[in-house]
Design a protein around this ligand. Sequence first.
Ligand SMILES: O=C[C@H](O)[C@H](O)[C@H](O)COP(=O)(O)O
Length: 226
Amino acid sequence: MDQNQLKELVGKEAVKFVEDGMILGLGTGSTVKYMVDALGERVKNEHLSIVGVATSDRTAKQAESLGIEIKQLDEVDHLDLTIDGADEIDDHFQGIKGGGAAHLWEKIVAINSTKNIWIVDESKMVHTLGKFPLPLEVIPFGSTHVLEKLDKMGFRPEFRMNGDEHVLTDSKNYIIDLHMGEIEDPEKLANTLNGIVGVVEHGLFLNVVNEVIVGRQDGPEVLHAR
Ligand SMILES: O=C[C@H](O)[C@H](O)[C@H](O)COP(=O)(O)O
């Protein structure tokens, strides 16, 4: 199986956790896209009554096109389950997210969800986080000064660009990626980044996920994290 087939495999596996009547957080990314397709199938075939809260405009559009009802986070009083992708997951089930610039909304949805499942192909499982550049969502106003500060701190920051244009998040902010290599102490780094004015949110998702579904050549593996 190639990487896309593994993503499809875990996407399909994840929707088995969905029950009729649930309010679901729907993540973002190429793996989640397969999951939303599979969810659309279940909604259609089994006439499931579920509501989705999307973590990006992209996911909202895809879900609605498949007949899945989408509400805003502020229109629901709870979320039963959120299914999302990840860019890296370490041995302690800590993660990096935001490769698709959606980690701010994803984190807000995740922390308001009773249960979180991440779906990844096996290449995302690592011993230590940091090979994947760590995304930060930053306010455009004064962002070059934030970049300079991060540079002085040794984090090797780069604005995420699309040609000459900044990549914009759904909240119209910029992304700075930190190419810092192995992250020895994710908690300490998270605290440092939380203290920088202008940084809205970083892509470290610590102590968030409950179950991880890993796409392996011999089938999906469900790992219980916490
Ligand atoms: O911002 C994007 C999200 O955090 C994605 O869930 C993450 O980047 C994984 O995406 P993909 O499934 O495309 O690798």
